[in-house]
Design a binder for this molecule. Structure first.
Ligand code: HEM
Length: 211
């Protein structure tokens, strides 16, 4: 049973709406900053922020009272959750391919910066989570080795790790030479606060639920 008062529930819902709005605005701003379409590189920050700041935030909050599927049946929320994650997979693939091919074309070495290395780890974790996510939907497949409740808890906790890794990678991306040279300090620090806050809100939510 929830212990939140009606006014604190409204405040939390408003906060979630604000987070979702910012999650939509930031990728649009990054697209404007990169002059989307002007170079192969321009697709990388755009699609990665679409994937993590925008879509993954939507997917993670799909079961909250401020989500796209608020008020719908639980099964509808699950369908919306995995559908948005499919879009995450597409956006991430485009973001990853654009930076990788761009480096190949320019004869530059791969994964040399902290952002690039942590980004690679995040990408592997993301695809691992997307691949095993099917077990959270059909936990009976693992019934011989794990209870359904444990499968779902593991899915939630691993999802929290992937989401946090995404937020950290973006924070490191904000300190890439390109971002530092193109964005103002106000934008850089606001974006840092946004992504670190998102990470803490999601961690708190999942730790409270499963730990
Ligand atoms: C605001 C968002 C982002 C910006 C501004 C950004 C910017 C950059 C820049 C300038 C590079 C080339 C220099 C370098 O290697 O560090 C790069 C590389 C890279 N980024 Fe990002 N990035 C962002 C988000 C992400 C995210 C969310 C991921 C992964 C989940 C990611 C994964 C990578 C990887 C793996 C590389 C290295 C690719 C290679 O060496 O072949 N980036 N990014």
């Amino acid at each position: 049973m929830s212990t939140n008062s009606p006014s604190s529930t409204t405040a939390i819902t408003m906060l979630l709406y604000l987070i979702r709005a910012t999650g939509a605005i930031f990728p649009i701003y990054v697209g404007y900053l990169t002059k989307l379409g002007s170079s192969l590189f321009s697709y990388h920050p755009f699609f990665m922020t679409v994937a993590f700041t925008g879509l993954m935030t939507e997917a993670v909050f799909m079961f909250s009272e401020a989500s796209l599927a608020a008020g719908r049946r639980h099964s509808t929320k699950i369908t919306a959750h995995w559908f948005v994650l499919l879009l995450v997979a597409v956006a991430h693939s485009l973001g990853f391919a654009s930076i990788y091919i761009n480096k190949e074309l320019n004869n530059k070495p791969h994964f040399t910066s902290w952002h690039g290395s942590v980004g690679l780890v995040t990408s592997v974790l993301l695809w691992a989570q997307l691949s095993v996510g099917v077990f959270a939907k059909y936990p009976r497949i693992l019934s011989r080795v794990m209870q359904a409740r444990t499968v779902k808890a593991n899915h939630g906790l691993f999802g929290m790790v992937v989401f946090s890794a995404g937020m950290i990678t973006i924070a490191l991306g904000l300190w890439s030479t390109w971002f530092q040279n193109n964005a103002s300090q106000v934008v850089i620090y606001s974006a840092l606060v946004l992504h670190i806050s998102l990470m803490f809100i999601v961690c708190k939510k999942f730790i409270k639920k499963y730990a």
